[in-house]
Design a protein around this ligand. Structure first.
Ligand code: ATP
Length: 848
């Protein structure tokens, strides 16, 4: 936990600017609070980062870790712009500008930075305040107290659901909703937007959520309100106690029952508050909050207006003396039981309570005791604060210098990125022009005959939008015919889209471990795709339904299938340009041919990814529950790392024999169940008990390493997952271990025996990846060079992959059998799997 000290005000995290802020997310939680020192006017925090509004420049300054937020002062910033307020969403920050000229006071300028948000906005009418949600923002108009929201409405619907004809005193956004406190005597909280259930389509009981939608705010007047991911909390006007509503995760800590709160901030699944009853020391509740916050913080922001009725000026909070500003906190509501009001709340002090005469005797000495302890405590706090400010300043200096150095080198690399984007733009039209080259056309009649009139007996499978039939063509070729289901009109549209995507992609891709498309038929309303027939069905059937008459796959076969599937996906990501993102990697899409080799199938949802994997596509989530990358379904950004997540789930499925979502178990989500066990070192508990454990210790070690690779693939953040080529290399190594890496005297197994790569294609050889070419040729040359690679691609051998990876600047020295330490996540996976022994290196060199 990090504690930052600043000068002195009241709601933040997701939401608005306050005297306290939290950052949340995968990297853990961080609490920041304004104390003494006058460095910031207020704080706000998002996913992995916190920003403060600097006192001297009135500009935002961010720190922490978020790839979409430029740390330091966000850029670009309009010249001489000064800001009144800042507010952070998950991956962006917005700031409300100070009105430049008096005559333009009826306009609001809001500048935003970060994921999909970097823009300046001008609104007619002056905003009193702004608030940022996950992927949207809202402003509260000063004059009519109405709310206006903008941004991505698909996941939150806040824009369309904003209440009309309602006056708000204050607003605060949560993840996918906004709450406001009414103006005047009706100070009830009203929340609108998407609830957890509507937004995520998650099953609340099974996913461990309890509670009701956030629009179920209690009907009591509130002082303020904050929003978390799916919950909101408010401070009740009647007694200043905290009340929370909406969804919360089971087993999360409830808010303090009796304490009165002054300021609050919400993280994703937790909330923190400042409590006068605890000497202004913050307390947090919920799930995953920062523990042990040792110091008192300011209970509010500095304001220039005098404290209104019901508020008093908090003496300990230091605002700039020259500014004439102050921190106003609400007067306490009543004296506790056993005490009486000795003096009422005044503009400078809270109401004073004294003990009742009957209990006064013994308690008066008790009261003196804490007073005598107060001085040493105050001195200790000041010394601690001083030391802290010194060390924070020193760290900030080092950090800023380090960042400046990095920015200058990033400037150079950005030029390269722009060139690689040019590749994507250039390549797409060419892709369109290429059209279907290899697929053969069939007549409906031909396929009807081949499948015995699409009889029930010849049906081998059924998907969401299609049925699959086994058929025999006139020349005796056994094929699988996928026929789109044409029931509901919505399905027709979807299946038609999937048909064309699959047809388009498969007719261009060619790899030993991708399912081969032989032809298609589009006649009237019928759309049919013809594939090679996969005699051994899908991996899903083998793992979960023990195919009729099918043999049980042992560990070597399972891992071989994992390696082959990984190679197929690696080809899609690294050797096609632009990369193809499959979007639906799962065990029912890994088909098994006659020789028990794996083929990745079902490209209906696939998309052409950006040539530069650093700039994600903004796509509405599609895929299969349990395999879906959480980053993709929450934030809608899609990269090849979404396939890596799904592949990680597949690996866990292969290791455990459990389904991705298996309702037979208490913890039905495979990731939630397996990852903690693997991290705790109990890999054996995850392994499928129906298989005989590997005989040798090396085999057990290989499975352990695969489990670790799976854990890395299912990391919450895409950028922290390894790339597919790293995953493949790691799995190949594990397979070699599992098989007992041969000594030099042993015969080397031919590739096709190990990986079934007898279908290696020899034409149009090019194994360069997009990123590789960007470093060597200019954009135009590169596109011309890349285009033919769509037509055919070789099955990629490890030795080729190693060369390409090294030229990416991520060289790991594997060719020499030595893993060089580095900061790249992929390298980390290679390290996990360990350097190859000389025998293994030889084995790998000959077999992969
Ligand atoms: N080429 C093939 N050879 C043999 N069986 C196949 C072939 N293609 C598909 N199948 C079988 O048909 C089933 C359905 O395949 P399909 O791709 O239509 O849907 P799915 O991927 O299982 O589900 P969804 O479309 O909902 O993602 C597969 O799980 C598999 O068992």
């Amino acid at each position: 936990m990090v504690f930052a000290i600043f000068s002195s005000q009241t709601v933040s995290g997701l939401g608005s600017m306050s005297s306290i802020a939290v950052s949340y997310g995968e990297d853990g939680t961080v609490f920041c609070g304004l104390a003494f020192g006058r460095l910031s006017l207020g704080l706000t925090g998002g996913d992995g980062f916190v920003c403060g509004l600097l006192m001297d420049s009135n500009q935002p300054y961010c720190w922490g870790n978020n790839i979409y937020i430029k740390l330091g002062v966000p850029q670009p910033i309009p010249e001489r712009a000064e800001y009144l307020q800042i507010s952070a969403g998950d991956n962006h920050l917005c700031a409300l500008r100070k009105p430049p000229l008096k005559r333009r006071r009826n306009r609001s300028h809001v500048d935003c930075w970060g994921y999909n948000m970097t823009a300046s906005h001008v609104f007619d009418g002056a905003f009193d305040s702004i608030t940022a949600g996950s992927v949207f923002n809202c402003g509260l108009f000063a004059r009519n107290r109405s709310v206006f929201c903008w941004g991505d409405d698909t996941s939150s619907a806040v824009t369309s659901l904003t209440p009309l004809n309602f006056r708000f005193r204050a607003i605060s956004a949560g993840g996918f909703f906004v709450c406001g406190v009414g103006e005047g005597p009706d100070a009830r909280a009203r929340c609108w937007g998407q609830s957890l259930r509507m937004n995520m389509g998650l099953d609340r009981e099974n996913d461990g959520y309890v509670g009701a939608d956030v629009d179920s705010a209690p009907p009591e007047p509130m002082l303020s309100v904050v929003g978390g991911r799916f919950h909101a909390c408010g401070i009740r006007r009647s007694d200043h106690r905290v009340v929370c509503w909406g969804f919360r995760l089971e087993h999360s800590v409830p808010p303090p029952e009796k304490a009165r709160a002054n300021a609050m901030t919400a993280g994703d699944y937790f909330t923190c508050g400042v409590f006068p009853d605890y000497s202004m020391r913050p307390l947090c509740w919920g799930l995953g909050y920062p523990t042990s916050i040792p110091m008192a913080v300011s209970p509010g922001l500095c304001v220039s207006s005098p404290c209104g009725p019901g508020y008093y000026e908090y003496a300990r909070a230091a605002c700039a003396p020259s500014s004439g500003s102050r921190v106003c906190v609400p007067c306490s509501v009543a004296c506790r039981d056993g005490t009486y009001e000795s003096s009422p709340c005044s503009p400078n002090a809270d109401r004073q309570c004294s003990l009742n005469a009957t209990t006064g005797g013994s308690n008066s000495t008790d009261r003196r005791k804490p007073a005598s302890l107060q001085w040493p405590m105050l001195v200790a706090e000041l010394v601690f604060a001083f030391v802290f400010v010194l060390s924070v300043s020193a760290i900030a200096c080092i950090y800023v210098r380090y960042k400046l150095r990095r920015f200058s080198s990033r400037g150079k690399s950005e030029a390269k990125v722009t060139r690689s984007q040019a590749c994507a733009v250039k390549v797409r039209p060419e892709v369109e022009e290429l059209k279907i080259r290899r697929a053969q056309t069939f007549t409906y009649e031909e396929l009807e005959r081949a499948t015995d009139g699409f009889s029930e007996a010849s049906q081998v499978g059924k998907g969401s939008f299609s049925c699959v039939f086994k058929g025999v063509l006139r020349d005796g070729t056994v094929v699988a015919v996928k026929r789109a289901i044409t029931a509901a009109s919505d399905n027709v549209r979807k299946s038609s889209k999937e048909f064309h995507t699959e047809l388009d992609l498969l007719s261009r891709l060619n790899h030993a471990h991708l399912l081969n498309l032989l032809g298609y038929c589009e006649e009237g309303g019928e759309r049919l795709l013809v594939y090679e027939y996969m005699a051994n069905g899908s991996l899903h059937q083998h793992l979960h339904h023990a195919r009729k008459g099918g043999e049980c796959f042992d560990w070597v076969r399972r891992v071989t299938i994992a390696v082959q599937a990984a190679r197929g996906i690696e080809y899609l990501h690294g050797y096609a340009c632009p990369p193809v993102i499959h979007r639906d990697i799962k065990s029912s899409n890994i088909l098994i041919d006659e020789e028990h080799n794996a083929r990745v199938a079902d490209f209906g949802l696939s998309l052409l990814g950006p040539a530069d994997s650093g700039s994600p596509l903004s796509e509405l989530p599609a895929g299969t529950l349990g395999y879906l990358d959480p980053e993709y379904y929450r934030l809608h950004y899609l990269t090849t790392k979404s396939d890596v997540y799904s592949f990680g789930v597949l690996l866990l499925e292969i290791l455990s024999g459990r389904k991705a979502i298996d309702m037979r178990f208490e913890e039905c989500n495979i990731v939630e169940w397996a990852v903690p066990l693997i991290k705790a070192g109990d890999v054996v508990a995850v392994l499928d008990q129906s298989l005989v454990a590997p005989a040798c210790a090396e085999g057990g070690e290989a499975l352990k390493r695969i489990a670790n690779v799976a854990c890395k693939c299912v990391r919450m953040r895409g950028k922290e997952r390894p790339s597919m080529d790293r995953v493949t290399t790691a799995l190949e190594r594990a397979l070699a271990m599992l098989m007992g890496s041969p000594s030099e005297e042993q015969a080397i197994l031919p590739t096709e025996v190990v990986l079934g790569s007898s279908r290696l294609h020899k034409k149009g050889m090019s194994n360069r990846s997009c990123s590789e070419t960007t470093t060597t040729v200019d954009a135009e040359e590169r596109c011309e060079f890349r285009a033919p690679s769509w037509i055919t691609f070789p099955s990629v051998a490890s030795s080729q992959r190693r060369r390409s990876s090294m030229s990416d600047g991520e060289g790991d020295g594997e060719a020499a059998g030595v893993v060089v330490a580095g900061r790249n996540v992929g390298v980390e996976v290679a390290e996990e799997i360990g350097p190859a022994s000389p025998q293994q290196a030889l084995f790998l060199q000959h077999n992969f």
